[in-house]
Design a protein around this ligand. Structure first.
Ligand code: ZN
Length: 286
């Protein structure tokens, strides 16, 4: 994948060096200063006090970032930028009722993170929280994708971000389990979840279609790599690895075959209508 084109997004929040719970420190500090101003106290003294309380010296002293890590961060910023550009264009040209795309933030963390959706551990994998409109990712997931699922590579990593951004697009468009339940009352919650996940894969494919048109990001074998990643994290494979057998009614993300299929549909067509089709097909025809 050629990802160096375009630019870096300014919407990446790096929380990798923050102890959990400190992530809101910035806002807390601002509030402390505002309160201090209201009470007529010296805000600087309060600020120092807050910092001393929050950060015992030496606990998270700045550490040196390896070139490999710096590359990963730059990669994430470039891919997020590309999603911002593509989705801003697509909203403007194809979503007349809502022509402005609101860009999500992307939070980098290590180990654990506080989101508006609760405290999350890296083990859950990258996720999107609709309540704060942020994508969360521990860069360690990329090592897991490569080593455990044998699905590494830049474009596979980009697909992961694009999938989470796909959930953001769904959120902006009001596509949720609740909204779709009215249309498909016979679907179980798990079945609706599968449709939403496959749609996020399809939207990731649509992104790749336009990003390739704009910046020629795709190199030989890239599409296959992303499809391998989509297959590797299908429910059937994950269940088999986790418990040794497959329980289709417990699926929430779709099978490996389905994930690869819908990603590819978006990639080849670049058509948002493909994503709509996911909610008009009978469940067993997905
Ligand atoms: Zn998802």
């Amino acid at each position: 994948m050629r990802w160096e084109e375009g630019g870096e997004s300014e919407n990446v929040e790096d929380q990798r060096r923050l102890p959990v719970g400190m992530a809101l420190g910035g806002a807390g500090t601002v509030i402390a200063v505002v309160i201090a101003l209201l009470l007529g106290k010296n805000p600087l003294a309060l600020l120092q006090q807050a910092q001393n309380q929050a950060a015992p010296p030496g606990v998270h002293a700045p550490r040196q970032e390896s070139p490999e890590e710096a590359r990963k961060v730059s990669f994430v910023k470039h891919v997020l930028f590309q999603t911002e550009q593509v989705w801003s264009d697509l909203f403007q040209t194809q979503v007349p009722r809502q022509p402005t795309y609101r860009k999500p933030k992307l939070v980098l963390f290590t180990g654990k993170v506080n989101s508006a959706c609760g405290l999350a551990e890296s083990a859950v994998g990258p996720f999107y929280c609709p309540a704060d409109q942020k994508v969360y990712i521990d860069l360690g997931f990329y090592d897991e994708l490569k080593n455990r699922f044998h699905a590494g590579g830049d474009f596979a990593n980009a697909y992961v971000i694009a999938h989470e951004v796909g959930h953001h697009v769904q959120n902006l468009l009001g596509i949720s389990i609740e909204s779709k339940h009215r249309k498909l009352p016979r679907d179980t919650e798990n079945q609706l979840s599968v449709r939403l996940e496959l749609q996020a894969d399809c939207l990731a494919g649509v992104w790749a279609h336009y990003a390739d048109q704009k910046w020629h990001i795709l190199e030989a074998g890239d599409a296959e790599k992303a499809i391998t990643a989509a297959q590797a994290i299908g429910d059937d494979k994950l269940q088999k690895q986790g418990q040794g057998y497959v329980v289709p009614e417990k699926f929430t993300h779709g099978t490996s075959k389905q994930r690869a299929y819908w990603f590819n549909e978006g990639l080849i067509s670049g058509n948002l209508k493909e994503a709509d089709r996911l909610f008009s097909l009978p469940y067993d025809k997905l």
